[in-house]
Design a binder for this molecule. Structure first.
Ligand SMILES: O=P(O)(O)OC[C@H]1O[C@H](OP(=O)(O)OP(=O)(O)O)[C@H](O)[C@@H]1O
Length: 200
């Protein structure tokens, strides 16, 4: 089976399990347009939408490799800012689920507090997102926000707004993959290890 056929099969499995197109898009880190295409087209009758699927499970399933990626994210941030911003930061906020191990490793490496954000899209009752009460509080803190990938940027936009509403200051965003080529999210600079573009 080709990787494209595998993506089609996975999208169809998720749909059969009752997931909406938006949920499938989130699960597979693809755009909703791409998911619609995967669910409705064969690869012979229309052009493939311009999106990329990132499979980094070889790294994410290995704690040592994940630690290496977290170190690279932290080092990338230091290199881009000259290391001057570090002293002003109190907390690392990881976005559940995939941002959590990265945020934990970065917080440990840099000696910072750890907070966890549950995005609204994971709220089964369609309620708002929120900071977990089982980890660090964010009120009054200067925070760096950590996630694995930016697809639309909506999750990070939501967290930036949440932090500002709750008396915290989002200072920077650290991600591994940026599929939007974003330099900032509502005024918060983005530092990505890899910025992904399709070239026609
Ligand atoms: O830029 P956006 O369009 O908002 O998408 C990016 C978000 O989607 C993925 O999370 P997902 O909801 O799939 O949960 P996960 O962390 O459990 O993979 C990813 O980990 C980001 O948090």
């Amino acid at each position: 089976m080709s990787s494209l056929e595998e993506l089609m099969a996975k999208a169809k499995d998720l749909r059969a399990d009752g997931h909406s197109s938006g949920q499938i898009a989130d699960e597979m880190s693809l755009s909703v347009d791409t998911v619609t295409w995967l669910l409705t087209q064969s690869k012979t009758n229309t052009a493939v939408p311009k999106d990329v699927h990132i499979d980094w499970t070889t790294v994410s399933s290995n704690a040592t490799l994940l630690g290496g990626i977290a170190s690279m994210m932290s080092a990338c941030f230091d290199a881009e800012t000259g290391g001057t911003v570090d002293e002003e930061i109190d907390s690392v906020v990881g976005i559940s689920i995939s941002g959590v191990p990265l945020a934990t490793l970065i917080a440990a490496e840099d000696g910072l507090d750890l907070s966890i954000y549950h995005p609204s899209k994971h709220n089964a009752e369609d309620g708002p997102g929120g900071i977990s009460g089982n980890f660090g509080k964010i009120s009054g803190k200067r925070c760096i926000l950590v996630d694995d990938v930016i697809t639309s940027g909506n999750t990070l936009k939501e967290l930036v707004a949440y932090l500002r509403r709750h008396n915290a200051t989002p200072v920077a965003i650290l991600v591994i993959f940026d599929k939007r080529g974003m330099t900032e999210v509502d005024g918060v600079p983005v530092y990505s290890l890899f910025s992904i573009r399709l070239v026609d």
